[in-house]
Design a protein around this ligand. Structure first.
Ligand code: SF4
Length: 316
């Protein structure tokens, strides 16, 4: 089944269209890089900038999730704005050159933080995420963005001791919690992912290193841009799916053919049980990178691999 725009009420289409326009307007900002952009890969950023007029406009369903994120941010800002304990949604701009850069390498960089608790010296970033993240570590991109924001904020005279992602689980259901094993499901619809703020020296080192990677990439032709690493591409390794006869859902996903065969033996499965190899996937490249059509790295990878889009659920 695919999403059906025809059943979406016009009022919601109008709202989401407005939200997308607001995001477009934010592109006309008075700085060359933001903390968020610095944390993306230079390849993706350069391709987005160079091909912005050729990139297909994102549709209603692409903008649906950012609509939730924007709505939550707007509401939190409104509610915290008059609370003296917090500084809320400030944009800070600096003019810096990367490590080893010259006069021509100075760039304006903007960092916007969501909230800062003046008493506990905690910097917050609100994120709407799914319960899939429960129990997982903070992503590197989250940590980097927080550290750059913390660098900017402390330079303005607000010391930061702790950096926290204020996670709001948009798919949380108390009915699921009721039947979950202890620890398998979040016990509340929101949670914190926190880490200690790095030293100012380390924050500055990260900031200027990322700035250098992006400034260097500005003059590199498309096909020679530094490659995005596997982790950034959200690569999942190949798996070997074991199916019962006539089943469409795999009963087990194994890491190797041998593991799949041993599983069949261990379970004493007989008859037309089959093992199907599923190729690696690069989920970000495939679904979440708007420049995949212009990216030779992804095209080359596709030529060598044929990702399958079939279901990944198993029976157990
Ligand atoms: S398609 Fe993949 S490899 Fe290419 S820029 Fe996007 S994330 Fe990077």
């Amino acid at each position: 089944m695919t999403p059906n725009i025809n059943i979406v009420p016009q009022i919601m289409r109008d709202v989401i269209e407005l939200d997308a326009k607001r995001d477009d307007m934010t592109l006309a900002r008075p700085f060359e890089y933001s903390a968020t952009v610095l944390c993306k890969s230079p390849r993706q950023v350069q391709l987005e900038r160079r091909h912005k007029d050729e990139i297909e406009q994102s549709g209603f369903f692409d903008n649906w999730y950012s609509f939730f994120g924007n709505a939550v941010h707007d509401y939190m800002e409104k509610k915290l704005n008059n609370n003296d304990k917090y500084l809320v949604e400030r944009r800070l701009i600096r003019f810096d050159k990367p490590i080893g850069g010259t006069e021509k390498d100075y760039r304006r960089v903007g960092a916007k933080f969501d909230a800062y608790d003046k008493e506990s010296k905690t910097l917050y970033d609100h994120k709407t995420i799914t319960t899939f993240m429960h129990g997982k570590e903070m992503k590197d991109e989250w940590v980097h963005q927080l550290m750059i924001n913390a660098y900017f904020l402390e330079k303005e005279g607000y010391p930061v001791d702790v950096c926290t992602i204020n996670a709001i689980y948009c798919d949380w259901r108390d009915s699921r919690l009721q039947y979950a094993q202890p620890g398998d499901y979040p016990e509340a619809p929101c949670a914190s992912f926190s880490c200690k703020a790095w030293s100012m020296q380390d924050r500055e080192g990260l900031y200027l290193r990322l700035l250098k990677n992006h400034v260097d990439a500005e003059n590199i032709p498309d096909d020679l841009l530094p490659f995005c690493d596997r982790e950034y591409c959200w690569e999942s390794p190949a798996v070997y799916a074991v199916y019962r006869p006539n089943a469409t859902k795999a009963m087990k996903l194994c890491k190797s053919q041998r593991e799949a065969e041993e599983y069949i033996k261990f379970k004493n499965l007989t008859g037309d049980v089959r093992i199907q190899e599923r190729a690696d996937t690069r989920r970000r490249c495939e679904k979440y990178c708007r420049v995949n059509n212009f990216c030779n790295q992804y095209k080359d990878w596709l030529a060598k691999n044929s990702p399958k889009t079939e279901e990944t659920e198993t029976e157990e």
